[in-house]
Design a protein around this ligand. Sequence first.
Ligand code: AMP
Length: 140
Amino acid sequence: MSEPTIFEQIVAGDIPARVVYETDTTIAFLDANPLAPGHTLVVPKEAHERLRDLPDEAAADLWAAVDELTPRVEDAVDADGLTVGVNDGAAAGQEVPHVHVHLVPRFDGDGGGPIHGVAGGRPDLSDGELDDIAGRIERD
Ligand code: AMP
Protein backbone atom coordinates (compact mmCIF):
# COMPACT_ATOMS: atom_id res chain seq x y z
CA MET A 1 0.00 0.00 0.00
CA SER A 2 1.29 3.44 -0.87
CA GLU A 3 1.29 6.24 1.68
CA PRO A 4 -2.04 8.06 1.92
CA THR A 5 -1.90 11.39 0.14
CA ILE A 6 -2.31 14.62 2.07
CA PHE A 7 -5.84 14.85 0.65
CA GLU A 8 -6.74 11.35 1.86
CA GLN A 9 -5.60 12.47 5.31
CA ILE A 10 -7.87 15.52 5.07
CA VAL A 11 -10.79 13.31 3.94
CA ALA A 12 -10.12 11.00 6.91
CA GLY A 13 -10.06 13.99 9.28
CA ASP A 14 -6.48 13.22 10.28
CA ILE A 15 -5.22 16.67 9.34
CA PRO A 16 -7.21 19.89 9.47
CA ALA A 17 -8.56 21.85 6.54
CA ARG A 18 -10.99 24.70 5.99
CA VAL A 19 -13.76 22.59 4.48
CA VAL A 20 -16.31 24.58 2.49
CA TYR A 21 -18.30 21.76 0.84
CA GLU A 22 -18.80 18.07 1.53
CA THR A 23 -20.93 15.23 0.18
CA ASP A 24 -20.57 11.45 0.41
CA THR A 25 -18.15 11.47 -2.53
CA THR A 26 -16.62 14.92 -2.77
CA ILE A 27 -14.97 17.49 -0.53
CA ALA A 28 -13.71 21.03 -1.08
CA PHE A 29 -11.43 23.07 1.13
CA LEU A 30 -9.29 26.18 0.98
CA ASP A 31 -5.83 25.73 -0.49
CA ALA A 32 -3.22 25.99 2.26
CA ASN A 33 -0.95 28.10 0.02
CA PRO A 34 -3.50 30.16 -1.87
CA LEU A 35 -2.74 31.85 -5.18
CA ALA A 36 -5.55 34.28 -4.37
CA PRO A 37 -8.04 34.80 -1.54
CA GLY A 38 -10.65 32.04 -1.82
CA HIS A 39 -8.40 29.59 -3.73
CA THR A 40 -10.31 26.35 -3.27
CA LEU A 41 -9.55 22.72 -4.10
CA VAL A 42 -12.37 20.36 -5.10
CA VAL A 43 -11.41 16.75 -4.42
CA PRO A 44 -13.03 13.34 -4.93
CA LYS A 45 -12.89 11.49 -1.61
CA GLU A 46 -11.83 8.24 -3.26
CA ALA A 47 -8.12 8.35 -4.01
CA HIS A 48 -7.29 8.38 -7.73
CA GLU A 49 -4.23 10.04 -9.19
CA ARG A 50 -5.41 11.15 -12.62
CA LEU A 51 -8.69 12.34 -14.12
CA ARG A 52 -8.60 9.32 -16.41
CA ASP A 53 -8.64 7.03 -13.35
CA LEU A 54 -11.87 8.44 -11.87
CA PRO A 55 -14.94 6.19 -11.99
CA ASP A 56 -17.83 7.81 -13.90
CA GLU A 57 -19.91 8.54 -10.83
CA ALA A 58 -17.04 10.15 -8.93
CA ALA A 59 -16.22 12.26 -11.99
CA ALA A 60 -19.84 13.39 -12.35
CA ASP A 61 -19.98 14.32 -8.67
CA LEU A 62 -16.66 16.17 -8.89
CA TRP A 63 -17.75 18.33 -11.82
CA ALA A 64 -21.17 18.94 -10.26
CA ALA A 65 -19.35 20.26 -7.18
CA VAL A 66 -17.19 22.49 -9.38
CA ASP A 67 -20.33 23.81 -11.04
CA GLU A 68 -21.94 24.55 -7.68
CA LEU A 69 -18.87 26.08 -6.10
CA THR A 70 -17.62 28.39 -8.84
CA PRO A 71 -20.16 31.17 -8.16
CA ARG A 72 -19.97 30.64 -4.40
CA VAL A 73 -16.19 31.03 -4.34
CA GLU A 74 -16.23 33.99 -6.72
CA ASP A 75 -18.93 35.80 -4.76
CA ALA A 76 -17.37 35.04 -1.36
CA VAL A 77 -14.29 37.09 -2.19
CA ASP A 78 -16.00 39.55 -4.54
CA ALA A 79 -13.80 38.39 -7.42
CA ASP A 80 -14.16 39.50 -11.05
CA GLY A 81 -13.59 36.05 -12.53
CA LEU A 82 -12.26 32.60 -11.80
CA THR A 83 -9.64 30.31 -13.29
CA VAL A 84 -10.63 26.63 -13.10
CA GLY A 85 -7.77 24.21 -13.58
CA VAL A 86 -6.44 20.71 -13.08
CA ASN A 87 -2.76 19.83 -13.06
CA ASP A 88 -3.39 16.34 -14.44
CA GLY A 89 -0.11 14.44 -14.19
CA ALA A 90 3.39 15.37 -13.09
CA ALA A 91 4.22 16.79 -16.54
CA ALA A 92 1.34 19.22 -16.03
CA GLY A 93 2.66 20.28 -12.63
CA GLN A 94 0.64 17.96 -10.40
CA GLU A 95 2.32 17.70 -7.00
CA VAL A 96 -0.35 15.93 -4.94
CA PRO A 97 -1.12 12.59 -6.67
CA HIS A 98 -4.83 12.73 -5.87
CA VAL A 99 -7.22 14.34 -8.38
CA HIS A 100 -8.16 17.90 -7.50
CA VAL A 101 -9.66 20.88 -9.28
CA HIS A 102 -8.27 24.32 -8.49
CA LEU A 103 -10.75 27.21 -8.29
CA VAL A 104 -8.66 30.37 -8.30
CA PRO A 105 -10.51 33.66 -7.94
CA ARG A 106 -9.29 36.33 -10.35
CA PHE A 107 -9.35 40.09 -9.99
CA ASP A 108 -9.11 42.81 -12.59
CA GLY A 109 -5.45 43.80 -12.75
CA ASP A 110 -4.24 40.92 -10.56
CA GLY A 111 -1.18 40.47 -12.77
CA GLY A 112 -1.96 36.83 -13.56
CA GLY A 113 -2.45 35.39 -17.02
CA PRO A 114 -4.86 33.13 -18.89
CA ILE A 115 -4.46 29.37 -19.07
CA HIS A 116 -2.91 29.84 -22.52
CA GLY A 117 0.37 30.43 -20.72
CA VAL A 118 0.64 27.00 -19.13
CA ALA A 119 2.13 24.98 -21.99
CA GLY A 120 5.19 26.97 -22.99
CA GLY A 121 5.74 27.77 -26.67
CA ARG A 122 2.99 27.11 -29.21
CA PRO A 123 3.70 24.29 -31.69
CA ASP A 124 3.58 25.01 -35.43
CA LEU A 125 1.27 22.25 -36.69
CA SER A 126 0.40 21.57 -40.31
CA ASP A 127 -3.18 20.91 -41.46
CA GLY A 128 -2.26 17.23 -41.89
CA GLU A 129 -0.96 16.99 -38.35
CA LEU A 130 -4.07 18.72 -36.99
CA ASP A 131 -6.33 16.36 -38.96
CA ASP A 132 -4.37 13.37 -37.68
CA ILE A 133 -4.60 14.51 -34.04
CA ALA A 134 -8.30 15.29 -34.34
CA GLY A 135 -8.91 11.84 -35.84
CA ARG A 136 -7.06 10.08 -33.04
CA ILE A 137 -8.92 12.00 -30.34
CA GLU A 138 -12.25 11.29 -32.03
CA ARG A 139 -11.54 7.55 -32.04
CA ASP A 140 -10.62 7.40 -28.32
P1 AMP B 1 -1.04 20.54 -7.49
O1 AMP B 1 0.29 21.15 -7.88
O2 AMP B 1 -2.10 20.75 -8.53
O3 AMP B 1 -0.88 19.09 -7.10
O4 AMP B 1 -1.54 21.37 -6.26
C1 AMP B 1 -1.55 20.90 -4.94
C2 AMP B 1 -2.12 21.99 -4.10
O5 AMP B 1 -2.39 21.46 -2.81
C3 AMP B 1 -1.22 23.21 -3.90
O6 AMP B 1 -1.88 24.38 -4.38
C4 AMP B 1 -0.99 23.25 -2.40
O7 AMP B 1 -0.94 24.56 -1.89
C5 AMP B 1 -2.18 22.48 -1.88
N1 AMP B 1 -2.01 21.84 -0.58
C6 AMP B 1 -0.97 21.07 -0.20
N2 AMP B 1 -1.17 20.63 1.06
C7 AMP B 1 -2.36 21.15 1.47
C8 AMP B 1 -3.11 21.06 2.68
N3 AMP B 1 -2.68 20.35 3.73
N4 AMP B 1 -4.29 21.71 2.75
C9 AMP B 1 -4.74 22.42 1.69
N5 AMP B 1 -4.08 22.54 0.53
C10 AMP B 1 -2.89 21.91 0.42
